[in-house]
Design a binder for this molecule. Structure first.
Ligand SMILES: [Zn+2]
Length: 156
């Protein structure tokens, strides 16, 4: 199977034995630790997983996962790994941050709905009367049809 090589910003290609996730000895048979040293990114998103060399010579075995594909990158030495991380690490951490923010927003939306009885996007006359009046005025100025009566939300 094809693997990419990386040395101080220069990419190449090489052949390595085929990988199967069932083979627990795959990484050690190639001279790498079986547990990752560095993981950057999300579970279901773009992710870099780095396995160091068993002989501590600075070489690294890298899985680069996207949502549907994965690639192997063999990194030559420690300076190359640092350069690789500098170049490609931010892509993974940005994707992971985006994912985590989306999760936090979902929690915040649920919490808002649970305490207000309606979604945050509704300008409610009870819990956000200023915004409700502002929207009412804007609609009136634009001579749009009258704002429909707001459903009375349940408030705690
Ligand atoms: Zn409300």
């Amino acid at each position: 199977m094809k693997a990419y090589t990386y040395h101080l910003g220069t990419w190449g290609e090489t052949e390595i034995p085929s990988y199967t996730s069932e083979d627990r000895t795959y990484l050690t048979s190639l001279g790498y630790e079986s547990l990752p040293d560095i993981e950057i990114g999300g579970e279901d998103d773009i992710r870099i997983t780095i396995y160091p060399s068993l002989s501590n010579n600075g070489k690294s075995f890298v899985f680069f996962n996207t949502s549907f594909h994965w690639y192997v990158i063999l990194i030559d030495d420690f300076p190359s790994m640092m350069q690789f991380l500098r170049e490609y690490g931010p892509v993974c951490s940005a994707a992971n941050t985006e994912f985590q923010i989306e999760e936090l927003l979902k929690i915040a939306e649920k919490a808002f709905h649970a305490s207000h009885g309606h979604g945050y996007e509704i300008a409610c006359p009870v819990c956000d009367p200023n915004e409700y009046r502002r929207q009412l005025e804007v609609r009136t100025r634009r001579t749009m049809p009258k704002m429909p009566p707001m459903p009375e939300p349940e408030h705690e």
